[in-house]
Design a binder for this molecule. Structure first.
Ligand SMILES: [Zn+2]
Ligand SMILES: [Zn+2]
Length: 347
């Protein structure tokens, strides 16, 4: 282990390696580790009233950043297991990924093996994993988001679903479809998280398609750097609710959405929720409490939960293939009417 880095005692200013144990892994607004040094119990006690609040904030931000990181890992794992684009080619030109897809708008199997063979770097992989896919975190991961941020923000007003427009210069993907380059303007969905101390962050699980790879970041900087135009705000849970309505058949997302994929998303959402509940019960802890542990325990704990989730996602795909996957005849029906509807909607 590396030797502890000394700092100046917040009380008397002398150099010391001792620090407040309460926030030794706390982070600042940017998610960078920050710690407060005290040479002695005397110096620490004298500053307690002042430090107390900052100590709690640094720990809450630690939970926020770790939670966001964990949620993003779950999201990437979900996308890699259930990838719904039939990618045939990826060319890197001027820092942008030019992607080409198979000709049909609605693909026969609905899900495809993730095209690792076409991708050169880890960042490119993240960009492809998140392409055209930002509704999913709010729709399918609602319960996980709530659990990850439990205790550090209100789960009714502290989390808001927001649609933004990302400046064209930041787009990493240029999508070539059967109809040519897709120049349509899509909203990017993300969440705004306001901690109990009123500091605001973006939770951007699907941002890699826009070159934003961090799962969380300070809100104002993010909006100023990446976004333009108006924002659309919705209550936390709206995406999840509309997914449920689409599954129940009481709401239509429009012909561009393949209902087979929507059904799968609903199933994934339920499975993720059940898996985290089962993990919490069998480990007699909560996700939020695990995010607060010291680094080795937090790393080991979230790794086992991620493993459980990935296992369940794989089981989902097996379930899908055995019961919900379309027959050849159904697929043929899909590929005619739905494709025509989709083409009409695109033109
Ligand atoms: Zn001191
Ligand atoms: Zn502290």
């Amino acid at each position: 282990m590396a030797a502890p880095i000394p700092g100046n005692c917040k009380g008397c200013g002398i150099s010391t390696t001792k620090k407040c144990s309460g926030c030794s892994e706390g982070v600042d607004m940017e998610g960078l580790t920050t710690s407060t040094h005290y040479c002695s119990t005397e110096c620490q006690q004298a500053d307690f009233a002042v430090h107390k609040g900052e100590c709690r904030k640094a720990n809450n931000r630690k939970q926020l950043y770790r939670g966001a990181q964990f949620l993003q890992s779950v999201f990437y794992a979900f996308r890699e297991e259930a990838f719904d684009v039939s990618m045939t080619q990826i060319q890197v030109v001027g820092g942008k990924l030019h992607t080409r897809e198979a000709a049909t708008a609605f693909h026969h199997p609905a899900f495809y093996a993730f095209p690792n063979n076409l991708i050169a770097t880890a960042d490119d992989k993240k960009a492809v994993l998140t392409m055209l896919c930002c509704f999913e975190p709010a729709a399918a991961m609602h319960q996980l988001v709530k659990k990850a941020f439990a205790g550090i923000c209100s789960n009714t007003i502290g989390i808001v679903e927001v649609d933004v427009l990302v400046k064209r210069a930041h787009h990493r993907i240029v999508r070539h479809t059967a109809l040519g380059i897709d120049n349509k303007t899509y909203h990017h969905s993300l969440m705004q998280v306001t901690l109990n101390d009123r500091s605001e962050f973006v939770l951007d699980l699907a941002g890699a398609q826009y070159g934003h790879y961090r799962a969380a970041a300070p809100w104002d900087n993010y909006i100023n750097t990446y976004c333009e135009g108006g924002k659309i705000y919705r209550m936390f849970g709206s995406g999840h609710e509309s997914l449920q309505k689409v599954i129940a058949g009481t709401e239509d997302l429009g012909p561009k959405n393949d209902p087979r994929i929507v059904a799968m998303l609903g199933h994934v959402s339920k499975v993720m929720h059940e898996t985290v509940n089962a993990w919490e019960q069998s480990n007699n802890t909560t996700l939020a409490a695990t995010l607060k542990l010291k680094l080795p325990e937090y790393t080991a704990g979230t790794a086992t939960l991620l493993e459980d989730i990935v296992q369940e996602l794989r089981a989902c795909m097996v379930w899908w293939k055995s019961t919900q996957g379309p027959t050849a005849a159904q697929a043929k029906a899909w590929s005619t009417d739905r494709v025509e509807q989709a083409y009409a909607a695109y033109s």
